[in-house]
Design a protein around this ligand. Structure first.
Ligand code: PBG
Length: 322
């Protein structure tokens, strides 16, 4: 005779909902937005069906729609009109991200605005920092630049700055620069364990940020390493990160779980462009049930321990579950 029957609690949706361990709330989701400086750069992103590069006006429209659906946080990326070797457009007070922060805040004061801090969209060589003569990224010069960018975002009214460059010591530098400027309330969400991943491909098309030579393996993490990710998280927490992030998501759920078990700070995961593209391609072919596949994917992040999920599926999820 079988005494223990777990199936009893799977018999109907009511009982399944009663014993459900994890749920994805729209308030946990962050929608990335690509904002272009030149109207000519706006338009759909081929490998990311449903996602577009938006001019400033449309970015505000999109933010308003997201807010109406219950998505209260956006992550801004800028696509500038010009690039140079030192990313001088990145700390321009009238740069595209700085303007987008001001416009969205002015129209939608209740929206939480997070802005990505990195130079790869602003450098003509496409690397995430200032280069040395031999083509490697100069860590300390880059860190100064990142702090300078973060201050201009703070001056524009950003709520959270999110450094995605993977330079050493940048969280401490950004914190010090923000505090010196009196911007003590601006939080830092650090891309703490960001891997040198193949899954950023579509983003680089979207943001025009592919490196012109070489790759990012000299600063982003080596995919086989998990312990090193925990060390990176520990350093960022010690330097003052308010939120730490693991990126990408699906191929690194083990790292996410390990970080959850070890640290008590809010934990974010970035369900990146290539993960989105992969799912959308299969859905478009009729190979996957889109709604179920998206929900299952987002649930996996929450089950693995994420408090915050940054995802291009945010709007679609909110439309169905808002
Ligand atoms: C900028 C940055 C990247 C992503 C977020 N910030 C690209 C990269 O590191 O090459 C990727 C996001 C995505 O793929 O959705 N450094």
């Amino acid at each position: 005779m079988i005494a223990l029957r777990p199936r009893r609690l799977r018999r109907g949706e009511v009982v399944r909902a009663l014993v459900r361990e994890n749920r994805v709330h729209v308030e946990q989701l962050v929608a990335p937005l690509f904002v272009v400086e030149r109207a000519a750069d706006a338009g759909p992103i081929e490998a990311m069906p449903g996602i577009s590069r938006l001019d400033l006006t449309d970015a505000v429209v999109e933010a308003r729609e997201l807010l109406a659906l219950g998505i209260k946080s956006v992550l801004l990326f800028g696509v500038p009109a010009r690039k140079d070797a030192t990313a001088s457009g990145s700390y321009d007070a009238d740069g595209i991200v700085q303007r987008a922060i001001r416009e969205i805040k002015a129209s939608l004061p209740e929206m939480l605005i997070i802005a990505d801090v990195c130079t790869c969209e602003y450098t003509d060589h496409g690397h995430c920092g200032i280069l040395e003569a031999d083509g490697t990224v100069d860590n300390d010069a880059t860190v100064e630049l990142l702090a300078r960018i973060a201050v201009t975002y703070a001056d524009s009214g950003v709520d959270v700055v999110a450094p995605s460059d993977m330079m050493d010591g940048r969280v401490a530098s950004i914190r010090a620069a923000l505090d010196a400027r009196g911007r003590r309330d601006v939080a830092i969400m650090a891309y703490s364990a960001k891997y040198a991943s193949a899954f950023y491909g579509p983003f680089r098309e979207a943001a025009g940020s592919a490196p012109r030579f070489g790759d990012r393996r000299g600063y982003q993490m080596d995919p086989p390493n998990a312990r090193e990710a925990l060390r990176e998280v520990a350093l960022d927490v010690a330097e003052g990160a308010d939120i730490v992030m693991i990126k990408p998501g699906l191929p690194y759920l083990d790292v996410l779980r390990a970080a959850r078990d070890r640290f008590d700070v809010p934990l974010a995961v970035y369900n990146v462009s290539g993960e989105y593209a992969m799912l959308q391609a299969a859905i478009a072919n009729g190979w996957l049930d889109g709604e179920r596949a998206v929900d299952e994917t987002l649930t996996s992040f929450v089950r693995a321990g994420a408090d915050i999920v940054i995802t291009y599926h945010a709007k679609d999820y909110a439309r169905r579950h808002g």
